[in-house]
Ligand binder design. Structure first.
Ligand code: ADP
Ligand code: MG
Length: 219
C-alpha cells in the first residue's frame, strides 16, 4: 500500500522561487526513505507539503490514499495531530517544562488515556528514564532530540517526517538517533528523512536524490 503518492508536484514560492519542479514519488508502508541532496534542493519543501504544512502550486499529493488538496482545514489538522509526526533539526521543546511534561502535555492535548504512563514508557524506550525531571537546557543536543522523538511518538504516528534530525548533534549521537528510528521502523512506522549527511546513507531502505527541485537519482 502506498502511504504517500506525489504526482507532478510543483512548488513556486510567492517570491518566484521554484522549489519543486515536477516530483513523482510513491512511498510504501514500512519504508525508511532517505531524501538527500544539497542545501536548497527542495528537501524541506517536499516534507512540508507531504505533511500538509504547506500547499503545492501544482500536482497531486495523496496521503493515506486521500488527496490532501481536497481536505478541509479540520481534516488536515487531524492528519497532523494523529497520523503524521514531525521531527525537526531544532527541537522546539517547551523550555520551562521538564522532559516528562514535554511529553505528557501532548498526550493531554490529544486526550489519550494515561498520558503519564505512556510518556514514561516512551522515555524508557528512548533511554531517557534518568532525565525525566530535567529541563531541556540541562540536556545535551542528542538528548534533546530524543525528547523531540518521544514527543512525536506520543501521537502514535503511522508516518514520521524528519527534517535534518541529526543536523545539530555529533556523529555518535546521530547514529544513536538513527538506530532508534530503525527500531521504530521495525515496529511499523514509515519514515521519510531529509538529510545531506552522507554518513547516514547505509541506514535507508531507499534513497531519492534531489537537485534543484527534481529527483535526479534513486537507489
Ligand atoms: P532544502 O531543505 O533542500 O535546503 P528548501 O526546500 O528549504 O531546500 O528550499 C528549496 C528552495 O526554495 C531554495 O531555493 C530556498 O531558498 C527556497 N525557499 C524555501 N522556503 C522558502 C520560502 N518560504 N519562500 C521563498 N523561498 C523559499
Ligand atoms: Mg531543509
Amino acid at each position: 500500500m502506498n502511504l504517500v503518492e506525489l504526482r507532478n508536484l510543483k512548488k513556486v514560492y510567492e517570491n518566484g522561487t521554484v522549489a519543486l519542479r515536477g516530483i513523482n514519488l510513491e512511498v510504501k508502508k514500512g519504508e525508511f526513505l532517505g531524501v538527500m541532496g544539497p542545501s536548497g534542493s527542495g528537501k524541506s519543501t517536499l516534507l512540508h507539503i507531504i505533511g500538509g504544512l504547506d500547499k503545492p502550486s501544482e500536482g497531486e499529493v495523496r496521503v493515506f490514499g486521500r488527496d490532501i488538496s481536497s481536505m478541509s482545514e479540520d481534516e488536515l489538522a487531524e492528519l497532523r495531530r494523529r497520523r503524521i509526526a514531525y521531527i525537526f533539526q531544532f527541537y522546539y521543546l517547551l523550555e520551562d517544562f521538564t522532559v516528562l511534561e514535554n511529553l505528557t502535555i501532548i498526550g493531554e492535548l490529544l486526550g489519550i488515556k494515561e498520558p503519564k504512563k505512556k510518556a514514561l514508557e516512551i522515555l524508557s524506550f528512548l533511554r531517557l528514564s534518568h532525565r525525566i525531571n530535567h529541563k531541556p537546557y540541562q540536556l545535551s543536543g542528542g538528548e534533546q532530540q530524543r525528547v523531540a522523538i518521544g514527543r512525536a511518538l506520543m501521537v502514535e504516528p503511522f508516518l514520521i517526517l524528519a527534517d535534518e534530525p541529526t543536523g545539530n548533534v555529533d556523529s555518535k549521537e546521530g547514529e544513536k538517533i538513527f538506530n532508534l528510528f530503525k527500531d521504530m521502523n521495525q515496529r511499523g512506522i514509515t519514515f521519510i528523512v531529509a538529510t545531506h549527511n552522507e554518513e547516514l546513507r547505509p541506514f535507508f531502505s531507499r534513497i531519492v536524490y534531489l537537485r534543484d527541485g527534481q529527483i535526479i537519482q534513486e537507489e
